[in-house]
Design a binder for this molecule. Sequence first.
Ligand code: NCD
Length: 361
Amino acid sequence: MEMSRFTNLIDLNDMSEEWWLGVVKKAAAICDDPAAYAKACEGKIMATLFYEPSTRTQMSFQTAMLRLGGTIIGFDNPATSSVAKGENLKDTTKIVSSYADIMVMRHPSEGAAKAAALTADCPIINAGDGSHLHPTQTLTDMLTLYKEKGRLEDLTIGLCGDLKNGRTVHSMCKALSSFKGIKFVFISTRELGMPAYIKDILTAKNCEFTENSSLEDAIGGLDMLYMTRVQKERFSSEEEYNALKDVYRLDRRKLSKGKSDLIVLHPLPRVDEIAMEVDEDPRAMYFKQAKYGMYVRMALIMTILEAPRIPAPLLKGELYPSVCCANPNCITHKEYYLPKSFRGVGDMLECEYCDERRLGN
Ligand code: NCD
C-alpha cells in the first residue's frame, strides 16, 4: 500500500471539518497580529513548483513563508528546469522534496499532487491540479466568509461561470456542503455545467442545489456570489472558448438586484466576467479575498509543518494494472509508472487520482 509519512493537503475532504476550521481560525488570528508570527517558521524552506501560470497562489504562498521567517526555492516555469529535458514528475518532486521542508505544487494534470505525494520526502500542498481541485483557494474563500459574513453556515451561495472546468468551485462544493444550511445555486450554461460527480457528492450529503442559467434571475436570493473565469486553457478549440467566454458578466445594473449584504468573490484572475465599475461597490470582496489568501496560507504552512508524522495510506482502493482512467487529462496517462488505483462505486470504478468514473470490468 502507498503510504505517506506526512500530513499533505491534496483534497480538503481528506481532513476533518475541525481541521479546516482550525486553519481558518488560526488565519483570522494571524490577520489580527501578523507580526507575532514573524519567526514561526524560521529555518524552514518551502519549495513552490508551478507547472502552470499563477500570480496569487504562488506569490501568496511565497509571501506567507517569508512573513513566517522561512525561505523559499522553486520554479514557476518548468521550461527553465529539468522538466524541459524530459524529467518525469516523480524524479523532480522526489528530489525537490528532499531539499525542502514543505512543497507547494500546481500542475495542469488532474491528480498530479497526489501522484507526487506517493514518493515525496516532505509534505505536499496541492495548489491546483488541472480542473480537479484547488483546496487552498477554498480555505481562502472560507476565511473570507468567516471574516465578512461571520459564519460558514446558513448561506445561499451562487457559483457563476465555468463550473465544468473551474477547480475552485469543485473544491468549494465538496467542502462547504459539509456545513449546515448551505444551499448552492449553479449559474452556468449547459456546456459549462457542474460535473455529475460533484452533484452526486452534494446529493449524498443532502446539500440542496439548484441550477439557473440566468445571473440576473438568481442574484437576488444570494448571500455570496462567486464569479469565475471561463477556463480558456481547458478548451480543446479556440472557437469553443469564444462561443462561451462572454456569456456571464456582472455589472452595476445586475448587482443592483443583489441584497445589500451580498458579497461578491472571485478567485481571480478576472477576464471580462466582472465589469471594473463593480470594484467600487462595497460588496466587491475579491481584492480583500486575495489578501486573506496570504493569511490563510500562513496558517496552513504552520499547521502542516507542526503536524505529527503518522504514516497513512494515500491510495486506499484496489490496483487494476490494465485499466486506464477515463479522463484523458489524468496524470496516470502521462506518468505511466503510477499504480492504477480505483475505488469501487456500485458498478463503476473511480480513479483515485482524479475522481473520474468509468464502468468497471
Ligand atoms: C484560480 C485557479 O488557478 O484555478 N486562480 C487562483 O488560484 N486564484 C482561478 C482561475 O485561474 O480562473
